[in-house]
Design a binder for this molecule. Structure first.
Ligand SMILES: [Zn+2]
Length: 74
């Protein structure tokens, strides 16, 4: 599933080796993610659920912006 956050890059630290990792949301949402430094595999199920919630909020906000534009056009 392609989403509006897919191209956003996240910087985070591996909880195992503390190496800084830069990865796109789309890549993290594919499923389990393997740390490129130490090889630890992360379950990204919770991450995917959180990003889906954020996307819903963004989509709601965009809809509201759309409504405002419509309301101010005379
Ligand atoms: Zn690591």
């Amino acid at each position: 599933m392609s989403t509006i956050l897919d191209d956003q890059t996240l910087d985070f630290n591996c909880p195992t080796c503390h190496q800084k990792i830069s990865e796109t949301v789309g890549r993290l949402n594919l499923g389990n993610y393997t740390c490129p430094s130490c090889g630890t595999v992360f379950d990204t199920t919770n991450f995917r659920r959180d990003t889906e919630n954020v996307e819903r909020e963004i989509e709601d906000a965009l809809r509201q912006i759309g409504d405002i534009k419509i309301n101010i056009q005379l």
